[in-house]
Design a protein around this ligand. Structure first.
Ligand code: UDX
Length: 450
């Protein structure tokens, strides 16, 4: 919405939320304190806020004035009831649709921006048309699907120069109205129009295909480690085939983030719903392989450290699900750290953007005293530290779990000097200078290197 406001000075954009604390944070005069860390976002908000970009808790008033309402609430995987663990929880979408139905005036275009299971628009439409029927002609609606393809960390660039914008719908006038908004900066040929269901399904499919590439390359990485091949050489060799392409072939600790797993599980649920068991099992494997990759890395750490990490200090570099974000949703670091703590390890975790309180929530346990040590008989635990060097002090191993730029330039001589020997580097992102680490006397494991 900030980018729309930035690119369309003639359009008034009001972002509303029930959460007053969040809205206050978006209105904070210190742009360094916005609730989402995303490179470049502070500048975009700085330019548009107060001009034609507003943040408010006055939800009904904003809906009443709006010509177009974007539903951008979250749709996490259900944790209970029918479809638990796979289907999306649509309670917030339904609640928002009901609020739009009640508060809107005149004709309103309702745009599904949240990632949704296919045919959700049907539910939104029926809630809105009930309201339309009761309003005696004073209100009417058109529903569009406009899924978002931005990736975190590169969101502003992705929005300013998208590969494509997708608009699904049935009402040509509404479609053109939304296309007109994007038309302020997106070339016409990149604005694709489809029916509602194709648009909804395209979002799930794009994420499933991207995630599938990561699971495919991670499967090959494990084989490279066993056979003496190098997955980066294999990725380069296959990626130069234009039919395959070079992107999304980076082996690592598995994919995280708020979308991939959720969307695939959604796809699996949909396939099952329509009786397509083989298709469901096929996509389910992408998630299973991803979980396996994370478990495999934790096991390999334990095995390399003489079969036990109980009472040992391990330095964990990076907790975010990828670099350039403070987001930890589904981060591979969560499962890997939990598995190691379960084995009795004491983790010293550092991440340039993730708050220790977030790590505590994700791991489901409070931090230990950073200077304390769990004994050989003790349970595992974790503490937050400020620098990689501090994390490495007294540690038997350094694990790199997020590809932060700084981890490419670590001083391995200095790090090795404060570690307990024999010491290891486990580089799950293959970003560290492995030569330098070896020269400093460390044993080095890199993902996908035999
Ligand atoms: C993704 C999609 O890219 C985006 O189009 C969609 O709108 C939302 O979901 P995002 O989750 O922000 O975006 O990040 P992305 O860059 O796709 O990375 C997802 C995960 O895959 C990260 O954990 C990343 O580290 C991992 N990844 C990515 C790899 O392990 N290897 C790769 O080659 C690429």
């Amino acid at each position: 919405m900030a980018v729309i406001a930035d690119r369309c000075p003639g359009i008034q954009v009001t972002v509303v939320d029930l959460n007053a604390e969040r809205i206050a944070a978006w209105n904070d005069t210190d742009l360094g304190r916005l609730p989402v860390y995303e490179p470049g976002l502070d500048q975009v908000v700085g330019r548009a806020r107060g001009r034609n970009l507003h943040f408010s808790t006055e939800v009904d008033a904003a809906i009443a004035k709006a010509d177009m309402v974007f539903l951008s609430v979250n749709t996490p995987t259900k944790t209970r009831g029918v479809g638990a663990g796979q289907a999306s929880d649509l309670r917030w979408i339904e609640a928002s649709a009901r609020q739009v139905a009640a508060a809107s005036q005149g004709h309103t275009i309702v745009v599904e921006k949240s990632t949704l299971p296919v045919r959700t628009a049907e539910a939104v439409k029926s809630i809105l048309s009930a309201a339309q029927g009761n309003a005696g002609g004073s209100k009417s609606f058109s529903v569009l699907s406009n899924p978002e393809f931005l990736a975190e960390g590169s969101a502003i660039g992705d929005l300013e120069d998208p590969d494509r914008v997708l608009i699904g719908g049935e009402d040509p006038e509404a479609i053109e109205a939304l296309a007109g908004v994007y038309g302020h900066w997106v070339p016409t040929e990149r604005i694709l129009r489809t029916n509602l269901w194709s648009s909804e399904l395209s979002k799930l499919t794009a994420n499933a295909f991207l995630a599938q590439r990561i699971s495919s390359i991670n499967a090959i990485a494990s084989l490279c480690e066993a056979t003496g091949a190098d997955v980066r050489e294999v990725a380069r060799a296959i990626g130069s085939d234009s039919r395959i392409g070079a992107k999304f072939l980076q082996a690592g600790p598995g994919f995280g983030g708020s979308c991939f797993q959720k969307d695939i599980l959604n796809l699996v649920y949909l396939c099952r719903h329509y009786g397509l068991e083989e298709a469901a099992v096929y996509w389910e494997q992408v998630v299973s392989l991803n979980t396996w990759q994370q478990q495999r890395i934790a096991r390999l750490v334990v095995n390399s450290l003489f079969g036990t990490v109980t009472g040992k200090r391990l330095a964990v570099l990076g907790f975010a699900f990828k670099a350039d974000t403070n987001d930890t949703r589904e981060a591979p670091a969560i499962r890997i750290c939990r598995d190691l703590i379960e084995e009795g390890a004491q983790l010293a975790i550092v991440d340039p953007k993730v708050e220790p309180s977030q790590i505590a929530t994700d791991l489901g346990m409070e931090a230990l005293d950073p200077n304390g040590r769990v004994g050989l008989g003790g349970d595992g635990g974790w503490s937050a530290v400020a620098t990689p060097e501090e994390a490495a002090r007294g540690a038997d191993a350094v694990l790199i779990l997020t590809e932060w730029e700084a981890y490419r330039h670590l001083d391995w001589q200095a790090i090795a000097a404060v570690m307990r020997q024999p010491a290891w580097l486990f580089d799950a992102r293959a970003v560290a200078d492995a030569e330098a680490a070896r020269a400093a006397g460390l044993n080095v494991w890199r993902v996908g290197e035999g």
